[in-house]
Design a binder for this molecule. Structure first.
Ligand SMILES: [Zn+2]
Length: 502
């Protein structure tokens, strides 16, 4: 038996000015991972690819891994980078295989295509008619019909922060392997509702999504092979952005449709609870100053690099400096130029420089606005560390050359490659113990909870500036289907649904 296994992951923020070339998929090396190198990089980690590798090994199957390409979220993917990744996968498929297991994101937009995954999957289908295909997807998938049509089984994360990437890939692989063994006949039902759940309300640890994801697990215990509610990624202005659902059952299409409808109805009923209303920054700052003890997370959720943010806006950090808050560690400001200057100055040097604000954000009508900061270069690092988990456990992170700039009150981590703070190791790797700080400024939205949730005394959500703004009214949506809640008031939802199999 021969299994084709590959990874292509990118969450595209169509409002982001951050470019997405092939090198971004290398995460610190010039290109994505190919063949044995991909297996070495991901086997034994908490990634979806690792699960597919384990499935192949357990089945005693020959494994072909043409490419593992995962990039940090940013603007639309360059056409040549997308073509390169797809061509590698299709070359692998053309060589022949018994099943195909793909670890995809589900919200990839290229410069020419609104639906990178659907386009790839339809080409894979055409190149290998009759070969079963299992697909693991991120909870932030914006589901297009082309992504499900003709696919054998789809499973999406049931946690946000995404700490079940490995388990999700197993849920996608099992129906496919069962089909190969002649034990299962997977059928799928899918559909959406016209709603854009706010990312700040999508955590699976509380609120409406906690109940929806728990219900998915219950339905799996009650006989479904895989149940997935995708909360969607609203910062992608594409037709099918928003909430959707896929259910896989063993040969029972009616059951799959019933479960799908129940999940979609429950999500639609909770639509108001998915709306987020930001608090003015000045209120957040004075609230933070009044909280005793720590660490208190000051969450700069408008500028999360894991949602396509430039990670260099200075609004929240500036407010922290202006407020005179003390004993603060900030992660992180992306500013390769400032890093280079500070490396040249050397450890111990006192520097004054314009920090951050190097990238304009035309989609929201803002120019980059650096802030002059004075401090001491405390530490210089190569910026590499492995995640402790539970998110992406064991996966190598590479934030490029990194410097800690200490203003006396605030230790600012300045990095050269985007990195969301989702793991305590991002601070440990630069000599900061985050558990002993009074305040932690984190540029993140929900994933910070994976590493920092258990140690945070409180969180104060701070409305700054950035292209993953939590204020939808500052974004110009032109392509998403309308009406859609909460951009529009919708009384009677229009949805699309579909099903495959018997
Ligand atoms: Zn996600």
């Amino acid at each position: 038996m021969r299994l084709l296994i590959a990874m292509m992951k990118h969450e595209t923020n169509t409002f982001s000015p951050v470019p997405t070339d092939l090198a971004r998929f290398g995460r610190g090396q010039p290109t994505p991972f190919y063949g044995d190198e991909a297996v070495r990089a991901f086997a034994g980690t908490g990634s979806g690819l690792a699960a597919f590798i384990d499935v192949a090994r357990e089945a005693g199957a020959e494994m072909v891994v043409p490419i593992a390409a995962g990039a940090w979220p940013s603007g639309p993917v360059d056409d040549d980078a997308y073509a390169h990744i797809c061509d590698r996968i299709l070359e692998g498929v053309a060589a022949g295989c018994d099943a195909i297991l793909l670890d995809l994101h589900g919200a990839m937009v290229t410069r020419s295509l609104p639906d990178g995954e659907g386009h790839l999957l339809q080409r894979v289908r055409a190149a290998a008619p009759g070969v079963p295909i299992g697909v693991a997807l991120d909870m932030h998938t914006n589901l297009f019909p082309e992504m499900v049509d003709g696919i054998t089984a789809i499973a999406g994360y049931q946690t946000y922060p995404h700490i079940d990437q490995y388990e999700t890939a197993l849920r996608a692989a099992r129906p496919v392997m069962g089909l190969l063994r002649g034990e299962l006949r997977p059928v799928m039902a899918w559909g959406n509702r016209p709603m854009l759940p706010h990312v700040m309300r999508q955590s699976s640890e509380d609120g409406p999504n906690r109940r929806l994801q728990a219900r998915c697990r219950e339905l799996e215990s009650a006989g479904a092979l895989a149940c997935s509610v995708f909360t969607g990624f609203p910062h992608a202005d594409v037709e099918h952005a928003g909430l959707s659902c896929v259910v896989v059952t063993d040969g029972d299409r009616e059951l799959a449709e019933r479960m799908r409808d129940e999940l979609l109805d429950a999500a639609w009923d909770a639509r108001e609870a998915f709306v987020y209303r930001p608090e003015p920054l000045a209120d957040s700052m004075s609230r933070a100053a009044r909280i005793e003890g720590g660490p208190v997370v000051l969450l700069d959720h408008y500028d999360n690099s894991a949602s396509g943010g430039t990670q260099d806006t200075m609004t929240v950090l500036g407010a922290i400096l202006d407020a005179g808050l003390e004993d603060v560690a900030a992660f992180a400001i992306h500013d390769p130029g400032a890093v280079a200057r500070m490396i040249e100055a050397g450890v111990g040097a006192r520097v004054t420089l314009p920090l951050g604000g190097k990238i304009d954000m035309p989609s929201i009508g803002l120019r980059g606005a650096p802030r002059e900061v004075t401090g001491q270069v405390r530490l210089i690092s190569d910026g590499r560390y492995r995640n402790l988990g539970p998110a992406a456990r064991g996966v190598l992170m590479d934030m490029g050359p990194t410097v800690v700039l200490d203003t006396g009150k605030v230790e600012i981590v300045v990095i050269s490659r985007h990195q969301e703070p989702n793991d305590l190791a991002c601070f440990h790797s630069v000599g900061i113990d985050p558990t002993r700080k009074r305040y932690l400024m984190l540029k993140s939205r929900v994933h910070w909870r994976a590493g920092f949730g258990p140690v945070a005394k409180a969180v104060v959500e701070c409305a700054g500036t950035g292209v993953c703004t939590s204020d939808y009214s500052s974004l110009r949506f032109e392509r998403v289907r309308r009406p859609i809640y909460p951009l529009d008031l919708v009384n009677a939802p229009t949805s699309w649904t579909g099903a495959s199999g018997d």
